[in-house]
Ligand binder design. Structure first.
Ligand SMILES: Cc1ncc(COP(=O)(O)O)c(C=O)c1O
Length: 389
């Protein structure tokens, strides 16, 4: 059925939004066929964001683990993470649709910064919703958004994290749907958003496939990425999915342990449910309410996940594992020391999973998607007094 991945996906939204989603779907189809619009986007991806990003052979880490590790350096993109691929894409799409106002939600602040960046570039009116708790723990990103000209509304209701920020953004969209494009930051939400975000992030695996073939003359044995909503993972998986010989691994936040409220390992511990307009795995408490979640990485701290990941889990195309806070922190330090690269705490989860499972990949070639850089997380590290600063 259209808009579904197996049983997951769909459009569980109010009647008012169905027309807007239809309009978006039609515009997206036309956009993909429009050579001028795609040329415009590719221009900004290359000259503004900094694509293609390098695929870097991490020789010291490889020697340390006994695994040949390549890092796809999305951390080198302008504004510091893969999120800019999607925000530039959707802003060019919004312009193509004749919309001049952008709204977005943000958790870690990374998607908010990427949206505010792209909106500033194209002179668009921009409003970002951010939960009060996230606004406190990512205050530099909040400042960055304001400097970039975005209006930031701090959401003081509900969980005061990403979940409530999305609720408020959806409410705004219902009211202002004629002039406004809702720029969703991951492969979540009602159809066609999961499809649109996957399309804009697939540039990661398109490049990685070509680059790894140039390096080793074949495809890798495995590709590993962290999973919050699931966009960087979909981006790096997409062009490898049809190659069954390439193992795909998605790594969720195990947080402080797999007890309710201490983690955000949706695919590992969740069950099917509806959140933010879409049916997917969802972390729920014993009353079937959306559960509290935790991760040291603000970008992984979300109780839902994109519907295609739920489908990949049920069909065993992707293995989903967990990395705990302390393992991610160890990996964060390891990469910084061995390769001179400070990764985002989100990306450190993918790395941490490989470190603890290195024996399974001895002498194999693995690509890790380094989704973002760690500068934004230094406040968290400082608070933990993990590193003597
Ligand atoms: C650097 C980085 N990686 C990963 C994520 C998780 O999002 P997704 O699973 O959509 O890639 C975020 C979210 O903010 C992020 O900032």
């Amino acid at each position: 059925m259209k808009g579904y991945y197996g049983q997951y996906g769909g459009r569980f939204v109010s009647e008012t939004l169905i027309r807007a989603l239809d309009e978006l779907e039609d515009a997206f189809k036309a956009f993909k066929k429009n050579k001028e619009a795609i040329k415009d986007l590719n221009y900004y991806l290359k000259n503004y964001a900094g694509r293609p990003t390098p695929l870097y052979f991490a020789s010291h880490l490889s020697r340390h683990l006994g695994v040949t590790v390549f890092l796809k350096r999305e951390d080198l993109l302008h504004s510091g993470a893969h999120k800019i691929n999607n925000t530039l894409g959707q802003i060019v799409l919004a312009r193509f649709m004749g919309k001049n106002r952008i709204i977005a939600e943000t958790g870690a602040g990374q998607h908010g910064v990427a949206t505010a960046t792209a909106a500033a570039l194209f002179g668009m009116n921009c409003k970002i919703y951010m939960g009060e708790i996230d606004a406190k723990r990512q205050k530099h990103n909040l400042l960055r958004m304001k400097l970039l000209g975005a209006e930031v509304e701090v959401v003081k209701k509900g969980s005061k994290t990403l979940k409530s920020a999305i609720n408020e953004a959806l409410r705004d969209w219902v009211k202002n749907v004629k002039t406004t494009h809702y720029l969703i930051g991951s492969v979540v939400g009602p159809y066609p958003f999961p499809e649109i975000v996957t399309y804009f992030q697939s540039v990661i695996s398109k490049e990685a496939k070509r680059q790894i073939k140039n390096f080793i003359g074949r495809l890798p044995d495995a590709v590993i990425a962290c999973v919050g909503g699931g966009s960087n993972a979909m981006g790096i998986f997409n062009n490898f999915v049809k190659h069954r010989e390439v193992k795909l691994v998605g790594v969720e936040a195990g947080g402080k342990g797999l007890k309710e409220g201490l983690h955000s390992a949706t695919l590992t511990k969740g069950r099917a449910g509806i959140l933010h307009g879409c049916l997917s795995y969802l972390l729920q408490n014993s009353d079937c309410q959306v559960a509290d979640v935790h991760s040291i990485a603000a970008g992984l701290d979300y109780p839902g996940v994109g519907p295609m990941h739920s489908f990949f889990k049920d069909t065993d195309r992707v293995e989903y594992g967990v990395c705990f806070d302390n393992e991610a922190l160890e990996a964060f330090r390891l990469l910084s020391r061995l390769e001179g690269i400070i990764p985002a705490l989100e990306s450190s989860h993918a790395l941490g999973w490989l470190v603890k499972n290195a024996d399974r990949f001895k002498n194999q070639t693995v690509i890790i998607n380094l989704s973002g850089r760690g500068d934004k997380d230094l406040g968290i590290i400082e608070d933990l007094e993990e590193i003597d600063v």
